[in-house]
Design a protein around this ligand. Sequence first.
Ligand code: NDP
Length: 281
Amino acid sequence: MTIKLAVLGNPVAHSLSPLIHHHFAQLLGHDISYERILVEGDFATQVRDFYLAKALGCNVTVPCKLQAYDLATELTDRARIAKAVNTLKFMGMEGDKLQVLGDNTDGAGLFLDLQRLKCPLENSKILILGAGGATRGILPDLMRSPAQSICIVNRTVTKGEDIISYLSTQLSSSVNLQVSSYEEFTGTYDIIINATSLSLHKELPKLADEIYQQAKFVYDLYYTQEGGTVFTSKAQALGVKHCYDGLGMLVGQAALSYQLWTGVLPDITKTLAYIRSLGRH
Ligand code: NDP
């Protein structure tokens, strides 16, 4: 029987998720359908209608991740901590209430990709630029990593402070955490993660060249299908050898959603190579 899946959000027309999930299914010999559903009306009604059409679950993207969190009747630990849900798995009806498990695979997706890229996390000093939803999603996994310290630099410093004070109540971590403004921040960092939305507009954060030059590994959560962003290009031009965009994270979070639905974790490497190859045409 065909496994029915989808991504719900607005916009969704350019989502790569259907391509990624169909490729996973093809590699695993599964029969799936994975569609894009534009959320225009009531999110909960659209999710329920999709369940009633015999779906197994769905991904949820911007701007519906908080609504998905509210809709879930059960949460994984990482979704509870992130207070946002990007994956729903339907568990049937209880009376007239849909029972749904909510998960958040964004942070673990980044972590899978950092492992694939052999990112030198051990004892590292990590700089995260940005303190939006993505930073909230990736921070718990980085706080559990063997890194030495994490510094969040954000235009609105209080947003970084809020994330750290909230997460410190949710999980214990031996990683030293700091927050700074672009104006006041100094230091040297081994790993730089760009979690701002600047690359989308082909803009760069206000970062001195020395900060890039001292880094060993640079990762931009933003991605392009062909690979590379303005941020990774700048780092490369300044001599950083290991620079990556976030397509691997996208495929990683998709693989973990797929695992939640089917019980099987797909191989990210093959699907990432396939999606990149489509970008080169
Ligand atoms: P948000 O809108 O929640 O946060 C945006 C962040 O960028 C904020 O910290 C904001 O600062 C900062 N920012 C925006 N404009 C500027 C500016 N002009 N100068 C300095 N800082 C700025 O977005 P998300 O956290 O959801 O997403 C961030 C990025 O991560 C996006 O590029 C998105 O595409 C990518 N992403 C990639 C994923 C993947 O799977 N690869 C998954 C999720 C996200 P302030 O707080 O001051 O407003």
